[in-house]
Design a binder for this molecule. Sequence first.
Ligand SMILES: Cc1cc2nc3c(=O)[nH]c(=O)nc-3n(C[C@H](O)[C@H](O)[C@H](O)COP(=O)(O)O)c2cc1C
Length: 317
Amino acid sequence: MMDWTDRHCRHFHRLMTGRAMLYTEMVTAAAVIHGPRDRLLAYGQAEHPIALQLGGSEPADLAQAVQLAQPFGYDEVNLNVGCPSDRVQSGCFGAVLMERPGLVAQCVAAMQAETDAPVTVKCRIGVDDQDPEIVLPEFIETVAGAGVTHFIIHARKAWLKGLSPKENREIPPLDYDLVLRMKRQFPQLTICINGGVAALDHARDLLDQGVDGVMIGRAAYHDPAAVLMGADALWGDEVGRDAFDVVANMRPYIADHLAAGGRLHQITRHMLGLFHARPGARAWRRVLSTGASCDGAGLEVVEEALAQVRAPDADGL
Ligand SMILES: Cc1cc2nc3c(=O)[nH]c(=O)nc-3n(C[C@H](O)[C@H](O)[C@H](O)COP(=O)(O)O)c2cc1C
């Protein structure tokens, strides 16, 4: 998720789940080719398994981006066919590609030729006045024909005109049933569902109904303890992590970042939701968000914030 799942966020999230696949922010093929590649693609080994999400619509550019990313050793390369933002539309990629399954097939074929990692596709159920019942199976069939076996489907349309990206994550209605039917229609494919899943019980319910996986975006970011700390149980693992342990495990990572000249806020901005709905959560957020932005802020700010949740006062949630 752009501006959210940077490497600091992913390091933090990985401390809570060993199993869930973590996705990078979308990186455009052009940025990989022409931009600060190391800064865009570098990550810590602790983040595995990790998927690189690319945006683009030029098969040759996407192939080159995959080739350039190859030495970084991502576990999966994902093509974004779901993002509705203006900027992305103007480059003719993201959700608008739901209208061009043949081009998507060319893109993924070119990408696959450059990597042994699985190339996956994240898409919507349709855009604008498309009929999802018709276009989604056609899209899947065409793209699967190019060799993709793994789709992550955000179970709502994107409306490319008139809605902001945020509204496009909320207003078009969710159609889980259509995605579940896609799994039944294409049983040989890995079909994961995305959109509006806020709790692990809901994810488990969707898995029980037949999908192969559930991608959780906003809830994992805003309430990582509830979503990520229990996630490994979906694979049958024992889970017993604690939010305080997560903070303790973040300390050396934060210390290294500060020693390298980084700022505290770059990491702790992703940790604001860790004590979501627990006593002292509001004070935790307040101390971290105000303190961490100050020049020279260090681990003492984290300790001060932690004291708020260890001994919550009247500040409540
Ligand atoms: C801040 C933000 C940034 C996002 N950036 C991306 C992105 O880079 N690539 C992508 O495929 N989806 C992106 N999304 C969409 C999410 O991946 C997800 O599809 C959407 O939020 C619905 O899932 P959720 O209800 O679990 O959050 C973003 C969402 C948010 C809130």
